[in-house]
Every structure is written in C-alpha cells, then in structure tokens.
Design a protein around this ligand. Structure first.
Ligand code: FMN
Length: 183
C-alpha cells in the first residue's frame, strides 16, 4: 500500500481488543503526536496514557461523574466500563495558555491534530483506534480528576487496540459537496 492509499483508506474501529501497542510502539505513537502542527511552539497538549489499572481508574472517575449527575445504576455501570473497550486509551488534554498571537482555539486544534496523528501512527503499526469524546469529556468532575485548569479542554479519548472486525463502516463520500475550486 502506498502512503497515499494508507491515508485515503483510513477508518476508525470501535471493537478493539488485545494486543495494544507495546512500549516501543507507544513511544513511536507519542513521538508522532508531539509533531503536531503547533503555532508558537507552545506544545499545548498533555497525553495521559492509560492501560490496565489505569483504565479501571478512568472508569471509576466516569462512574463517579455519572453518580454525581444523578444517573441510575445501569448508566453508572456502563460509564465504569467505557474505558475497558480497548487495551489502551490515550486521553488528550489541550493545556492552553493566554498568548498574544495564538488564540485558545488554535491551541485546542493543535491538541486535536496531535490526537489524530497518534491514531494514524497506531494504524501505521497495524493497530486500530477511535477518537471518542461524549458528555464525560466536558464533565466538571472528570475535568477536575484529570487535572484540567479552567482554560484547558479534553479534546478526546483515543481508544487503541486490535480491530475485531477489520473492515470500515461503509459510507459514501461525495467530495463535490465539500470541495469548491477557485481557479
Ligand atoms: C472530536 C470528535 C469526537 C468524537 N466522539 C465520538 C464519540 O464520542 N463516540 C463515537 O462513537 N464516535 C466519536 N467520534 C467519531 C469517530 O471518531 C469516527 O470518526 C467515526 O466513528 C467515523 O468513523 P471513521 O473515522 O472510520 O470515518 C468523534 C470524532 C471526533 C472528530
């Protein structure tokens, strides 16, 4: 497969199992993430890599958030199990600062690019993944537990592992609807 084919055939996978990336593979993924475009060289991101008990810890945070929000036991249990849907989750936090030239949005976008680059780096090594957010990424308790300041954002939870399905969700892409040529 050419590089272009690799990029144009990318797809996400939600049914993920072991194996996940090993230490060397993870290091490569993180190094790619840290090469994200970054106005002002602020490196406005934090990557929290969760495996094993780290996934359970995130699940407990999600469950506690659901409890505090008054959800029923079924929903609380579901939230507790969410991070266990993959052998690895990289939580990407945009750690933003006030900057005279680089607005908040650009810093958050940069962290988003880092997340997507890491998904690509995982795919390039034979893994699969999915970028997830949901209500919990905006939740006050979850934000506190992950150490966010007021101006920070959880840009997403990157679930990584081995695809159990190994085929993309079929979708039609009509580029003409999205592309305008000025010539
Ligand atoms: C910012 C962002 C947040 C997302 N959050 C979720 C999510 O919480 N749950 C989910 O199932 N998909 C979520 N997605 C979509 C998936 O990552 C994925 O793109 C989608 O399932 C389409 O699959 P594809 O990437 O193969 O086209 C999100 C995507 C983005 C860019």
């Amino acid at each position: 497969m050419t590089n272009l084919e690799f990029l144009s055939q990318r797809f996400s996978a939600s049914k993920l199992t072991t194996p996940g990336p090993n230490t060397a593979q993870l290091d490569a993924i993180l190094a790619v993430g840290a090469r994200a475009p970054d106005h002002g060289a602020l490196q406005p991101w934090q990557f929290v890599v969760m495996t094993g008990q780290g996934l359970e810890r995130l699940g407990e945070i999600f469950a506690q958030a659901a409890t505090l929000n008054g959800h029923d036991m079924a929903k609380i249990t579901k939230c507790r199990q969410m991070p266990l849907r993959a052998p690895m989750v990289i939580t990407v936090i945009a750690k933003t600062v006030k900057h005279v030239k680089v607005p908040w949005l650009e810093q958050v976008q940069s962290a988003g690019c880092a997340l997507f680059s890491m998904q690509q780096a995982a795919l390039a090594q034979g893994f699969s993944g999915i970028w997830r957010t949901g209500d919990l990424s905006q939740d006050k308790y979850v934000r506190e537990q992950l150490g966010l300041n007021e101006q920070d954002e959880i840009v997403g939870f990157l679930y990584l592992g081995t695809d159990q399905n190994d085929k993309p969700i079929s979708k039609t892409i009509d580029l003409d609807k999205h592309v305008t040529l000025w010539q």
